[in-house]
Design a protein around this ligand. Sequence first.
Ligand SMILES: Nc1ncnc2c1ncn2[C@@H]1O[C@H](COP(=O)(O)OP(=O)(O)OP(=O)(O)O)[C@@H](O)[C@H]1O
Length: 914
Amino acid sequence: MFRSPACRLAALGGGGSGGARRSLPLRAITSPAIRAARHPRIISSSPAGSVFVLSRRFQSTNPPPPPAGPPENNNNDHHRDVTTPPGTEEEKPIPRGWVRLSEEELKKVEKLLGVIQMPPELRAIFDVNKVPGLPKEFHDIMVKNWTGDFPKLGMMDALRAMRYFPKMLEDIQEFQAQQEEVEEERRKRAEREARRVSFESRKPGEKEEGEKQDGEGKQDGEEKQDGEGKQKGQQRKRGTPPPRPGFQLSDTMSWVVGAILLYPLLSLFMGGDNSREITWQELRRTFLDKGLVKKLIVDHDRVKVELDREAVNSVYPGSTAGKPGFHYYFTIGSIDAFERRLDEAQQELGIPTSDRIPVSYASESNFSNLLIAFGPTLMIMGLLIWSARRAGAGMGGGGSGVFGFGKSKAKEFNHDAAVKVKFADVAGMDEAKTEIMEFVSFLKSPERFQRLGAKIPRGAILSGPPGTGKTLLAKATAGESQVPFYSVSGSEFVEMFVGVGASRVRDLFSTARKNAPCIVFIDEIDAVGKSRSEGGGFRGGGNDERESTLNQILTEMDGFNTSEQVVVLAGTNRPDILDKALMRPGRFDRHIHIDRPTMKGRQDIFKVHLKKILTNEDLTYLTGRLAALTPGFAGADIANAVNEAALIAARANASSVAMIHFEQAIERVIGGLERKSLVLDPEEKRTVAYHEAGHAVCGWYFRWADPLLKVSIIPRGQGALGYAQYLPATDAYLMSTNQLMDRMAMTLGGRVSEELHFPTVTTGASDDFKKVTHMATTMVTQWGMSKKLGPLHFNNDENQLKKPFAESTAQMIDAEVRRIVDEAYKQCKDLLTARKKEVGIVAEELLKKEVLSRDDLVRLLGPREWPEKEEFSKYFDGKGGKGTAAPPFPTESTDTPGGPEPAMKEHEDGEEKR
Ligand SMILES: Nc1ncnc2c1ncn2[C@@H]1O[C@H](COP(=O)(O)OP(=O)(O)OP(=O)(O)O)[C@@H](O)[C@H]1O
């Protein structure tokens, strides 16, 4: 059935038959308030009876109370927000909740917007000519502060005003979209009305015909329009704003825009660059005498001068003083003096009392002062807390934010992320393994021990040089016993804040207890477990944080009851500095020392790591030879050398890793990278060749010297221009004076050779001297190898200011060291003078070939007079020493760290050593 649009709308508004009221305006049926209450979407009608359908948001059935504004602002007109009363010029609608601006306000706001710099898109939105209003609250703030041409906002008002910017933008955008819809509706209605009028004015016959067509057309059109309308309605219901071209703002962006707008507003109305100091005399001369001062505002010792801008602009056109937002101020000594002076000036100028310049006394709110003073600090603190929270949140598992500081950062390896390491992967430390296996049996079947009343050890300290496999052993323990394994480094307990370490320890142990049976491994425990007395002395004060962490560890370990199956293992390189309380039985009951592996140990470790490597070499021979080449290597060095060999082989596109790759890898691990780019001039090269030949010849002819493997003049590593490599008597745990003397003499061989073959000497031997001196000093002060000093141990700790021996003893030590070195020097010089020719032969061959192997030396010098050790000949002489590479300690490394214990033998007695 055909229904006219008016009829449909009337039915919506008040019910009843549409036919009777077709031509009546809706307003005539019910009052706007009643209609709105029934159908909130209908808010008013136009004089011609047209009805606007607007969203509730812009409905003005309940106008807000009038703001305290200028009288021109007629707020009783609110019901006219979107309507045009009959007989008046059509008023531009404003959004609901907004206040229409009076003519004067409109001008002021327009002027204000003119001085604010803002992007054109925003300017298009903030157009008071299009929407002549402001949000009520915003308007109130502005009106309250509007003095003169511009509002002068305090900090609080500015901040409050800022809050309304986003809302204002949102309102305007939504409102404008709504307006477009209303326009569209109005246009459609007008079209329908026009069609109706033309239809009624036609003849009846035409009418029927036309009605049919028209009806169809209309129906079509209506359905279509209706459909569109519905679509739009649905769109709104779903809360999707109608797509609008132009400036779209997200929530955050609105705030940013708010801040952008606020900034110029603030700078316009609050201090900053918009004020300048002026003296009283200048003020008087320039402004007061000319009647340009409108008001003076006294704030403590500062007086703000408010000028009559229009007058200023006419007297001083283009001056800054006339700019909006700018003001002068001057400082006063006391208010009394200022008032007196002002009075006098006005009297002199003949200003009548009634026209005197008004003076007001203001003080900025305490809050804004505080905000200005502490604002930046608060901001920085906020930023810090925020970033700490973010960092904390990213820490995963360690709690979040600053409040997660106290959480332990222990990594958990449990059944899922199972520890794959087994005892079979740990080689070369059989004793340590046996010791620790007991922990595994305890964790696996505790009743076996408890039945007999045995107390299970709480933990073990694994000590030893770096890379010897302490962590690996702990992991293997966990892997074997199939229990969760918590690994944490001692340094992770050390934080900037006191108490954090202790709290992390608490957290770690409480987690461990919850997951018992389990193993806790604290690596590098010396970071927190250092002896507490160490902090004292002249170095000043202890470390509270470290101590409290240590105390917490002690307490936690005491707290375990014997049935709790939590085993604590700790790793350290420095067991000597650990606090005694840690080491006592009941805490870390077992001390397991893991030393560098022996020859056999290295062989086993090589076997473990070679499993992952593709090689066709005979494994027994390979591991034996590699182990012989690497005395002093720790497990980590071996793992590194094996991996390095594989890399070298891959670089050479080899099908498998061969002996030569392993030897090159070992050489590289010991000596560092070859420095092919370092090119020496011929004279320098000659010196290096004779220097190295000196070492080599000494090593060849001294009986107790280590067997020589290789001499090279290819620069390597840091500053080594050439080197001679020896294979120290494998795993020498004791050294005799003979060995020491020969080693020292051999070390001096380079310098002596330079002296014998060149007119001058070079700096190349400095490192040799350092080693020789150190060796001789140790012989005298620690190894009791000086008859004069006797069997005494003088510990000369460099950290102690006072030497632990008398001055005369010091002189004696110096004399003895000198004597021993002199003797070694003489021994070397005698040999090299006698073997000058041999040194020349070796040096010249070196210059030709750059690297000489043991075979070359046999060829040049004849076989060595002294038989080599069995192990050496097994792996090196058997194959003719071909392709031999680096043993771990080149000539210079004569003194193994920790000091091998030499035999008590006096060298002064002139006993034959060779
Ligand atoms: N005995 C060993 N058997 C097999 N591999 C070993 C052995 N010792 C060390 N390694 C290898 O060296 C690597 C490093 O060892 P690990 O981290 O256990 O040494 P660490 O003694 O804990 O060193 P640090 O004292 O510096 O912490 C291991 O991952 C392993 O590949």
